[in-house]
Write a protein that binds this ligand. Structure first.
Ligand code: FAQ
Length: 328
């Protein structure tokens, strides 16, 4: 049913015998676990796939600051405020490493920003949802950063060197983010009845969108087969979603919260949980730009870009002046 929403089912992956000598050599390097570096020859499809994925990832980090930024002024204590501020700053840093990694593939930061602001580039579906209560900040750290780590740990082994290396630091920071989210949830769950109800409400609203972060089911994932052959992705979307569910259910149990999925049940044979189907209609609608906060998110980014114009111009003028002084 959801397959009708995707553009195509991805071109079949070529075998080594079907490749020309340069492409074959490239694929053999990947198969041998060698890293590809910016000045190495690469097929155009590999370069484009990386630009697409890395820039969407960068946009997600930048747009991802907005739902949490919404709570910085309303954090319940000075400590919580300082921690949240540091986390949101980390996300900005992740966006910057990732834009730098994308730039090594021959695109400029301005081009990538234009793609985002025009609405042509995607960013993670999760950030099209609103953060309605303080408990949402706990749920974002616990579930959204938790899902991000599950997806990004294998990306540290990505065949493209600059992307894999950026992921090493990002994953360390995401791990702190996940713990701070869980700590908020734990505090709320050990608090009053109202606080626990707030935590349950946040889990109810963020659970399914968090599962959707891993992307469409494998049979509707256009890019997975080729991206895995190129060593960009190490796992399919469904494999990572399953690992995330298996890791997160015991954490919810410890909090005394109920995962909002009637189909969730331990499967002794597969030693993993069975769980319900995401609403894929909703997912495809959100990634088309029709999420509850999609419009608001892009407007916030357009405003920030316009408001920062004087600063970028100042930096460019300063750099030009410094260059002239140096040349003189
Ligand atoms: N949202 O063929 P596939 C974070 C699109 S970082 C929107 O399976 P692929 C940190 C996909 O682009 C979160 N679009 O695609 C943080 C494609 O469309 P296209 C971001 C999605 O690339 C925490 C189409 O669907 N992480 O949270 C999504 O092989 C807290 C078909 O899909 C990354 O970006 C989605 N969820 O696999 C920050 C990680 N899923 O481009 C602040 C890197 C799929 O053809 C606060 N990215 N689409 O028009 C990846 O690992 C992959 O790109 C996937 C998708 C797994 C996301």
């Amino acid at each position: 049913m959801y397959a009708q929403n995707i553009k195509s089912t991805g071109a079949p992956v070529k075998s080594l015998d079907e490749m020309g000598p340069r492409e074959r050599r490239f694929q053999e390097r990947i198969n041998a676990g060698e890293k590809i570096e910016p000045k190495d020859w690469m097929p155009e499809g590999y370069r484009k796939t990386l630009i697409r994925q890395i820039s969407q990832h960068a946009h997600s980090e930048i747009v991802g600051q907005l739902p949490e930024g919404n709570w910085i002024t309303r954090a319940p204590s000075l400590d919580r405020k300082a921690i949240l501020l540091a986390k949101v700053q980390d996300e900005a840093g992740h966006g910057l490493y990732l834009y730098c990694a994308a730039e090594t593939l021959g695109v400029t930061r301005d081009e990538l920003t234009e793609e985002l602001l025009s609405g042509r580039a995607k960013y993670s579906s999760i950030f099209a949802y609103p953060s309605l209560s303080w408990a949402d900040i706990g749920a974002i750290g616990w579930l959204v950063d938790g899902a991000a780590i599950m997806n990004q740990v294998p990306l540290q082994r990505c065949s493209y060197g600059p992307y894999g290396r950026a992921m090493v630091r990002v994953c360390k920071e995401e791990s702190f983010h996940q713990r701070q989210g869980y700590d908020i949830m734990l505090t709320l769950c050990r608090g009053s009845e109202e606080q626990k109800a707030m935590a349950q409400d946040a889990l109810d609203r963020w659970w399914w969108p968090a599962l959707m972060m891993f992307g469409p089911p494998d049979d509707a994932s256009v890019h997975s087969a080729q991206s895995m052959a190129w060593g960009i992705k190490q796992n399919t979307n469904d494999e990572l979603r399953q690992k995330f569910v298996d890791q997160t259910v015991p954490q919810a149990d410890l909090l005394g919260l109920k995962i909002p999925d009637e189909a969730l049940v331990w499967n002794e044979e597969k030693k993993a949980y069975d769980f319900g189907e995401c609403n894929w209609e909703e997912f495809f609608d959100v990634i088309k730009g029709n999420g509850p906060c999609s419009h608001e998110r892009l407007e916030a980014r357009r405003k920030a870009w316009a408001d920062g114009a004087w600063f970028r111009e100042g930096l460019a003028a300063h750099a030009e002046k410094a260059q002239q002084t140096f040349a003189a």
